[in-house]
Design a protein around this ligand. Structure first.
Ligand SMILES: *[C@@H]1O[C@H](CO)[C@@H](O)[C@H](O)[C@H]1NC(C)=O
Ligand SMILES: *[C@@H]1O[C@H](CO)[C@@H](O)[C@H](O)[C@H]1NC(C)=O
Ligand SMILES: *[C@@H]1O[C@H](CO)[C@@H](O)[C@H](O)[C@H]1NC(C)=O
Ligand SMILES: [Cu+2]
Length: 351
């Protein structure tokens, strides 16, 4: 178990170091985003982690660490001290509204765009947004834990260390649906000292970054053959559900859950998973798979959206006019505005 005392020490070191930068401006989240008219000033290329130069990798990691230091725009929300926490809190608050619904992919696309914008605008990152194609690892003969994504110097640090973390009691049972996945604290790499202030689940606890790499996901869920099965699904309704939940039974977690489970720990928590910086690279890859699916038949697919607006009845269907909320991170966004990645407010393509 991580000494409680050492957590307190970390907290003290954190406060002593002071949070230098000024807080982020708080956008009016009740307003609707009015994307800039016309074409994007610039279309940025998003790249797989391995395709980044070592300078870009370093720059990306440093910018994430910067967001983990930069004060949140909002005050008075339990556990939220930094901009990084604010993103995690938004996901926790909206989990039940943005999963198993028609706008699952559209919401996560814009969530990632806002995270990238924060890295650039608030933390000076100048490289590309990046994603993690775990199929490269799953298709290879290397163990998943040996993926370059976990490299201590050119990646996000390694697996959790057994015996260094104990799940807190959770009376409502929302936090440890997969208790075995919380192997331990990440002790290598740039996030070895990260303080995660929210989670697991909806709990608010200060803890280390917890992982529990699951090798079995490589075989069951993450190979390119699995991705190709999802890419072959039409129309959008079958694609969306196949991507989020897997195809049929007996195929592991599917590619969405499989990526979460492959990392384990916080990443396997439906609420607090953005506490692990790898969340943004996993969902970036899922977004790439959606993008690729759209591009395969733009006339039919670019603006194809369907599925319920809520997890529970009474059901209404998502349309292009559906307004997605992002709590304190920004204004609401209509689904239509994020369907084509090469228009505002997205302005990106994938390599
Ligand atoms: C991911 O990597 C696999 C294996 O190398 C490759 O076949 C596939 O095209 C890549 N997928 C995407 C979406 O980049
Ligand atoms: C984590 O903190 C310890 C104690 O302050 C320090 O010795 C170590 O270098 C830090 N590790 C990283 C990766 O920042
Ligand atoms: C939502 O869409 C489904 C599939 O097209 C359809 O069967 C259902 O009737 C629609 N529900 C509503 C409330 O419009
Ligand atoms: Cu999510």
């Amino acid at each position: 178990m991580v000494g409680f005392a050492s957590l307190i020490t970390l907290a003290l070191v954190y406060f002593a170091s002071g949070i230098a930068a000024s807080p982020a401006a708080v956008p009016d989240s009740s307003q609707l985003l009015q994307p800039r008219a016309g074409t994007c000033a610039q279309i940025r290329v998003r790249k797989e982690w391995r395709a980044l130069t070592s300078t870009e990798k370093q720059g990306y990691i440093q910018a994430v660490q910067c967001l983990q230091q930069r004060p949140a725009g909002i005050t008075g929300k339990a556990g939220v001290k930094t901009r990084f926490d604010e993103f995690q809190a938004t996901h926790i608050d909206l989990t039940d509204e943005v999963h198993q619904v028609g706008h699952f992919l559209a919401w996560h696309r814009h969530f990632i765009t806002m995270f990238y914008n924060a890295l650039r605008d608030e933390c000076g990152y100048t490289g590309p947004m990046t994603y993690w194609n775990w199929s490269i690892d799953a298709d290879s003969t290397l163990a998943m834990k040996d993926s370059p994504i976990y490299d201590p110097s050119t990646g996000f640090g390694g697996d959790g260390v057994p015996g260094t973390y104990t799940l807190p009691p959770d009376p409502n049972g929302q936090s440890n649906a997969f208790p075995g996945a919380y192997k331990g604290c990440v002790r290598t790499g740039p996030f070895a000292n990260q303080t995660v202030r929210l989670g697991p689940g909806k709990l608010v606890t200060e803890h280390c970054l917890v992982r529990g790499v699951d090798e079995s996901m490589s075989k069951s869920s993450l190979k390119s053959t699995e991705v190709n099965r999802v890419l072959a699904l039409t129309p959008f309704e079958r694609f969306r559900t196949g991507l989020e939940n897997g195809i049929g039974f007996g195929f592991g977690f599917g590619i969405h859950g499989g990526g979460h489970a492959a990392v384990g720990g916080e990443m396997l928590n439906p609420y607090s998973s953005p506490g692990d910086p790898l969340f943004y690279l996993h969902h970036g890859h899922l977004d790439k798979i959606w993008w690729q699916w759209q591009k395969a038949d733009p006339a039919a697919r670019m603006f194809d959206i369907s599925g319920p607006t809520t997890q529970r009845p009474p059901f209404t269907n998502v349309t292009l006019d559906f307004q997605m909320t992002f709590t304190t991170l920004g204004p609401k966004v209509v689904v239509r505005d994020v369907m084509d990645s090469e228009t505002e407010p997205s302005c990106f393509v994938y390599e």
